[in-house]
Design a protein around this ligand. Structure first.
Ligand SMILES: Nc1ncnc2c1ncn2[C@@H]1O[C@H](COP(=O)(O)OP(=O)(O)OP(=O)(O)O)[C@@H](O)[C@H]1O
Length: 341
């Protein structure tokens, strides 16, 4: 069976800006695939090319074996796209908006009504359906957006930052809904820079940075690759720097401690990378006690996706985001986006 999504060596530039240099990944039918990367990494551009909204400069793009470039109409029938920013026409009611969407997808008239009722029911939107969307909360808008993306029963649902700006309850409801869709066989591509979102949902993850795919795998595979457990420890709630430095030197002498850094932003806490062995926490506490250093708190965890990202790119998602923020001219991009295709 052809993969639900195939992206091979995708390239896309906007004038002199290289938005995507070399992005490649495949998504199997029925998978939730998470695309992870900081602002400006090329996620939205990749998705826009896949959804036939931008034309790629190079590479192979297919949906269920159908070429996106040669056969965009057939691809559009199989894809549902939920964009990052919701552009709802505020004077239409939810139901009217879905009717318009149905017409845009050329759904048979007789089927549209039933399908809309099903979507309203599925997303618990029934009681709001006849209200103008201008009165909707962010969560309701997102639900309506999902309904619109799903109206034509796409095989592949593409979601760009689906829960940004939503409260935690609505976010969890969206996650449950996406899992339910996967159970029913829908393939889902989701971008996010909420690491916990990708960790909770994705069967596999692709990390992109600077327009390139850096790594692809299950969250667990990627974490195993990074290796080692993380320990965060505090001598006191706010430790004096010299005490933290002394603890760091002591702990670096332990054979299982691979790295240790002092984090001044967190009260001079210590962040350690250790090989996963028994009794590491106990041994660390004993070592500190013998040197008359107390332990205020200590916790051990597996590497997170942020650690994976750090290992892959040499920076955390947060660092990369800050760096990208300084180099973007959002107004100019918006203008270009309107004129470009
Ligand atoms: N229309 C455009 N014109 C010029 N440059 C663009 C345009 N769209 C995107 N870019 C640039 O291409 C690069 C990739 O942007 P893209 O929006 O694909 O990243 P992203 O990973 O989706 O980021 P975000 O998380 O902010 O949505 C960035 O450097 C961005 O500034």
């Amino acid at each position: 069976m052809a993969p639900a999504v195939l992206i091979e060596n995708l390239q896309k530039r906007y004038g002199s800006v290289v938005a995507v240099q070399n992005v490649s990944f495949q998504i199997e039918p029925g998978e939730i695939f998470g695309l992870l990367g900081p602002n400006g990494a090329g996620k939205t551009t990749t998705i826009r090319c896949l959804c036939t909204l931008s034309s790629p400069d190079g590479g192979r793009l297919e949906v269920s074996g159908i070429s996106v470039v040669d056969n965009p109409r057939a691809v559009r029938r199989r894809l549902g796209y939920v964009a990052q920013e919701v552009a709802l026409d505020k004077v239409l009611t939810g139901r009217e908006l879905l009717q318009l969407q149905g017409a845009l997808y050329h759904l048979p008239k007789a089927a549209i009504g039933d399908r809309i009722e099903k979507m309203l029911d599925l997303l618990d939107l029934g009681e709001y359906a006849d209200r103008k969307t201008g009165t909707y909360s962010g969560g309701l808008r997102k639900r309506l957006d999902l309904a619109a993306g799903l109206l034509h029963q796409p095989d592949v649902l593409v979601l760009d930052e689906p829960t940004v700006g939503l409260d935690i309850e609505t976010r969890i409801a969206v996650w449950d809904f996406l899992r339910q869709l996967r159970e029913e066989g829908t393939t889902i591509l989701i971008t996010s820079h909420y690491l916990e979102e990708i960790d909770a949902l994705a069967d596999r993850v692709g990390i992109i940075d600077n327009g390139n795919t850096i790594d692809v795998g299950t969250p667990s595979q990627l974490k195993d690759k990074v290796g080692g457990d993380r320990i965060t420890l505090r001598i006191r709630e706010f430790s004096p720097p010299e005490e933290a430095a002394k603890a760091k030197d002591l702990l670096l002498n332990l054979p299982f401690v691979k790295e240790a850094i002092v984090n001044p932003a967190q009260g001079n806490s210590l962040n350690l990378v250790v090989t996963a062995e028994n009794n590491t926490l106990l041994t660390i506490q004993e070592k500190l006690r013998d040197a008359d250093l107390p332990t205020f708190s200590i916790a051990q965890s597996r590497p997170s996706l942020d650690d994976v990202y750090l290992a892959a790119t040499g920076k955390t998602l947060m660092d990369a985001e800050l760096a990208a923020a300084g180099t973007r001219d959002l107004k100019k991009e918006k203008k270009q986006q309107m004129s470009a295709k």
